[in-house]
Design a protein around this ligand. Structure first.
Ligand SMILES: Cc1cc2nc3c(=O)[nH]c(=O)nc-3n(C[C@H](O)[C@H](O)[C@H](O)COP(=O)(O)OP(=O)(O)OC[C@H]3O[C@@H](n4cnc5c(N)ncnc54)[C@H](O)[C@@H]3O)c2cc1C
Length: 464
């Protein structure tokens, strides 16, 4: 006989597992067991570097029932004028309080930190090795499928000669004072955070080297602000995005249009980026990063010796007294999508990219209120994670297809528009009808929707 019995067995207490359980608690009276290898809820944020922050506003991150932050506008720093971005410690404190003040006192959640799932029907303590059998009456919920990796936990894919100092960004504040040059490895958001951190701390741009195998398109943070004061930037940005999708001739033309409309940014204007991971950044941060001129672009690093950096397509001299900062973790893995609802298993994935929290909350809402598995999957189609601009039309089309399905299903539409994790639905619903400029934006958005979806399909088909 199993030691534990429950309705829902949720693997992972990262943002997605927490968001799923929060909505399930609100919408049902189910009993839930949660398990995680980490010692505290919050998933990868437990392993983050000390100066990490959300790159999108706190106001639509976390769990639906409990706001994160106080909707403050930052008055200083590169995010000045925009809504607060929670820091790693703030996110961890938030998830801890959701667990301690909401989940556990409900009497319906049992939480097993420092435990790993074995064979899907048992948990093993990573401290004592003791195994606990579990009988799941309803479903097992896997929130680990996207497999987020961060620099401190990923496996390094290049060699480092003894004596060369190569660290994860978490080590940077402690190690930086003993080095004169800094080599950032990787082209993603973590690498950008490291660059901004070094410059903000007074390091001269000449002392920074950036091994950036490929450039990235970046979402302009101006378009992600959650209140009516930013209607023109946020909803206007979305309307401009739809118009670009409707009119573009191909992927390059689409990204050119998104850049001209202010939706997308890039650091090096002389180069066409080949990466798009939904990293969100302010123009202030872009300007900071443009000060770094020592860009090493010759593919991925394969080895670092005391003399040189060996790359896939060449070598570069190793700067003197250098600290190498490894920012090469992939963050979210690009696994093939699979049905979210399949028998007695729920595999959480993004149904609105890039919003993991809303995606998980919606899956819980559907689980609570819909019986038919086909219908649930129709309303919750996973959107493939994208890596390149060429893959973005499929992701955008997936987002739009889901949005259309939700808009035609009243209870789902109501759930989403009333959910704080949605971000923008409430802004459109509550538009000031006496404001002609705002109404014009809503009109453009509505008119461009269908042509955008059709043209995206055309662009996808032309890519083969
Ligand atoms: C630096 C960074 C910044 C980001 N900023 C934003 C942002 O601003 N806005 C946004 O929407 N998204 C952002 N993201 C995207 C990211 O997808 C989400 O932030 C989210 O935190 C991911 O949560 P998750 O639950 O999917 O994964 P995770 O946080 O990885 O949680 C999964 C959990 O499952 C546990 N686990 C795995 N396998 C097992 C097992 N076998 N047994 C037990 N436990 C297991 C792990 O220990 C982990 O705690 C960011 C990502 C990164 C890396």
């Amino acid at each position: 006989m199993a030691d534990l019995e429950t309705d829902y067995f949720v693997i992972g207490t990262g943002a997605m597992g927490m968001s799923f359980v929060d909505t399930l608690l609100t919408e049902t009276d189910a009993d839930i067991v949660m398990v995680d290898k980490h010692h505290a809820p919050g998933g990868h944020w437990n392993d983050a570097y000390p100066f990490v922050r959300l790159h999108q506003p706190s106001s639509f991150y976390g769990v639906a029932s409990t706001p994160l932050g106080s909707n403050r506008i930052d008055e200083v720093g590169p995010n000045k004028g925009y809504f607060e971005l929670a820091s790693g410690p703030e996110i961890l404190a938030y998830f801890e309080s959701v667990m301690r003040e909401r989940f556990l006192p409900s009497g319906r959640v049992r939480y097993f930190p420092m435990h790993e799932v074995v064979k899907d029907n048992a948990l093993r303590s990573s401290i004592t090795g003791a195994e606990t059998g579990i009988h799941v009456r309803a479903k097992t919920v896997d929130s680990t499928y996207l497999n987020t990796t961060v620099p401190s936990t990923h496996e390094r894919k290049f060699e480092v000669e003894e004596g060369v100092v190569c660290v994860a960004p978490g080590e940077l504040p402690r190690r930086a004072p003993s080095h004169r040059s800094f080599v950032i490895l990787g082209g993603g958001k973590t690498a950008m955070d490291v660059g901004v951190w070094l410059l903000d701390n007074g390091v001269a741009p000449d002392s920074i080297y950036w091994v950036c195998p490929r450039g990235s398109w970046l979402i302009n943070r101006d378009t992600t602000q959650p209140t009516a004061d930013f209607f023109v930037q946020s909803i206007g940005g979305f309307a401009r995005q739809l118009t670009a999708c409707a009119q573009a001739l191909d992927v390059d033309d689409l990204f050119d249009r998104l850049e001209s409309s202010g939706n997308l940014l890039r650091i090096d204007k002389s180069q066409r980026p080949s990466m798009f991971h939904f990293a969100t950044i302010s123009t202030g941060e872009v300007e900071q990063l443009q000060r770094i001129k020592n860009i090493i672009q010759a593919g991925h690093v394969s080895a670092i010796t005391s003399e040189e950096i060996i790359l896939a397509e060449g070598e570069a001299a190793a700067p003197e007294n250098a600290l190498y900062i490894d920012c090469t973790a992939t963050a979210v893995e690009r696994r093939p999508v699979c049905p979210i609802f399949a028998g007695n298993r729920i595999t959480l994935q993004m149904v609105r990219l890039p919003n993991p929290c809303l995606s998980a909350a919606l899956a819980a809402y559907l689980e609570a209120h819909y019986q038919d598995e086909t219908e649930k999957n129709r309303l919750c189609e996973p959107v493939p994670i994208c890596d390149t601009p060429e893959e973005w039309p499929a992701a955008q089309f997936g987002n739009m297809k889901n949005q259309l399905a939700w808009s035609q299903e009243r209870p789902v539409r109501d759930f989403i528009t009333n959910c704080r994790l949605d971000g923008f639905g409430q802004l459109v619903r509550d538009v000031d009808r006496s404001n002609a400029a705002h109404m014009e934006i809503v009109k453009t958005m509505r008119e461009a929707g269908m042509p955008a979806a059709m043209n995206l399909q055309k662009i996808m088909a032309a890519q083969g």
